[in-house]
Design a binder for this molecule. Structure first.
Ligand code: NAD
Length: 373
């Protein structure tokens, strides 16, 4: 039984409807003079980006709005070039996980002389990263409180997480009103990302007592509020609780890390373009059953903490939530052949799978994907 542990959460988090208005104070606290706003095109057309620029009275000198979902290393390089050429001393990231992750990586790459693809290929990241203010617009990734940036190299067919302490934003402004514009489908996808963070953090081999408490609270919030936020998009109470779940789950997994469903999500997104959260949802109920069957005491104690008799009962509840929120039940629409299934299973034999509480073999992954195909 392990008795010693360490916990760290360096991000200064401010939560609440309307907290966005405190951005100028946050810039003051950073001592920022010249910043770059990183966002996606929809926040420019919706006017939110312009609002932030006006609010900051000239200190947000330029906008990089070229970030797409599952950002490519070339987007990161373009953003880094703007930071470098503009002589910026801080970054504001307004968007979902894709924007925040692109901004984090660019804040490091702009201080170095190599391209983002090299860091994704294993080159050590520079320790010196520009300070970041993260403003999430989805209730999903928790990237505003994690040291992780997930980048894709579409040419090489890679999507993978990079981890670096410098990626922790200095300040997170979590304003749930920004999530009000998410469609029901997007709400469900991102909500399942939160649930998977909570579950995977709890049963991670690197689990920590503080993170256990955060994970259980976050999972409860999702199980109690996701269906409401999905069916009643104007239910601000449900939206607020989902935003709270997201940042809480982010704190829960930031140190323990993710495992099974997240490992499987990367090839599912890369090959079949399934949005990140829905790709995580695809296998999470299967892993709850598998870990329970293989005798994981963490799967059992998680189910009990959430009010279920067994992992099987928790898995049934998660499967029901998936179908009630329109998450696709399987991969049948992609008409996968034997070779596709074998290649998917091989891609999931990633080192992060070893962070699952019990060993997952290639044959078990093969069986799982055969059942989904
Ligand atoms: P996203 O950032 O990819 O956004 C998806 C789409 O939704 C985009 O078109 C975006 O413009 C739009 N969008 C965002 N907010 C919106 C809003 N409020 N209203 C309407 N549209 C909105 O989605 P995401 O799920 O937040 O992020 C997924 C990415 O984050 C993936 O690449 C995933 O791997 C990564 N991720 C990172 C971490 C981390 O710790 N860094 C954790 C989990 C996932």
């Amino acid at each position: 039984m392990r008795r010693e542990w360490e916990y760290r959460q360096p991000v200064d988090v401010h939560f609440g409807r309307g907290i966005l208005d405190s951005l100028p104070d946050a810039v003051d606290r950073l001592g920022g003079h010249k910043g770059l706003l990183v966002t996606s095109p929809s926040f420019v057309s919706r006017g939110v980006a312009g609002l932030l620029v006006d609010m900051c009275g000239g200190r947000l000198a330029a906008v990089y709005s070229g970030v797409s979902p599952n950002p490519d290393v070339t987007e990161c390089d373009a953003c880094a070039a703007m930071l470098r050429d503009g002589g910026c001393d801080f970054v504001v990231a307004l968007g979902g996980g894709s924007v925040i992750d692109c901004a984090k990586a660019a804040a490091a790459v702009c201080r170095a002389d190599a391209a983002a693809a090299e860091y994704l290929g294993g080159r050590p990241l520079p320790p010196d990263v520009l300070p970041i203010i993260a403003i999430p617009t989805t209730a999903g990734t928790g990237s505003e409180v994690t040291p992780v940036s997930v980048l894709s190299d579409h040419i090489r067919g890679i999507k993978a997480p990079l981890r670096c302490d410098g990626f922790y934003p200095r300040i997170a402004l979590v304003d749930p009103s920004l999530t009000d514009s998410m469609s029901p489908y997007m709400t469900a996808c991102t909500g399942f990302d939160v649930l998977c963070h909570a579950i995977e953090a709890y049963w991670s081999r690197r689990h920590l007592p503080v993170c256990d408490a955060l994970a259980v609270q976050a999972a409860r919030l999702v199980l109690d509020n996701l269906l409401r936020a999905f069916t009643e998009p104007t239910d601000t109470e449900a939206r607020d609780r989902m935003a709270e779940a997201s940042v809480t789950a982010g704190m829960a997994f930031a140190l323990p890390g993710t495992n099974c469903a997240h490992v499987c999500s990367y090839p599912l997104t890369g090959r079949y373009n399934i949005p990140h959260g829905e790709a995580c949802a695809m296998t999470i109920d299967n892993f709850i059953r598998l870990n329970g069957r293989k005798g994981s005491d963490r799967a059992v104690s998680l189910a009990r903490a959430l009010g279920y008799d067994s992992p099987e009962a928790l898995a049934d509840a998660v499967s029901a939530l998936k179908s009630a929120t329109g998450m696709r039940p399987d991969l049948s629409e992609f008409h996968l052949g034997d070779a596709d299934v074998e290649s998917l299973a091989a891609a999931c034999m990633h080192p992060n799978m070893r962070n699952n509480p019990v060993e997952v073999t290639y044959d078990e992954l093969l069986q799982l994907f055969r059942a989904l195909a």
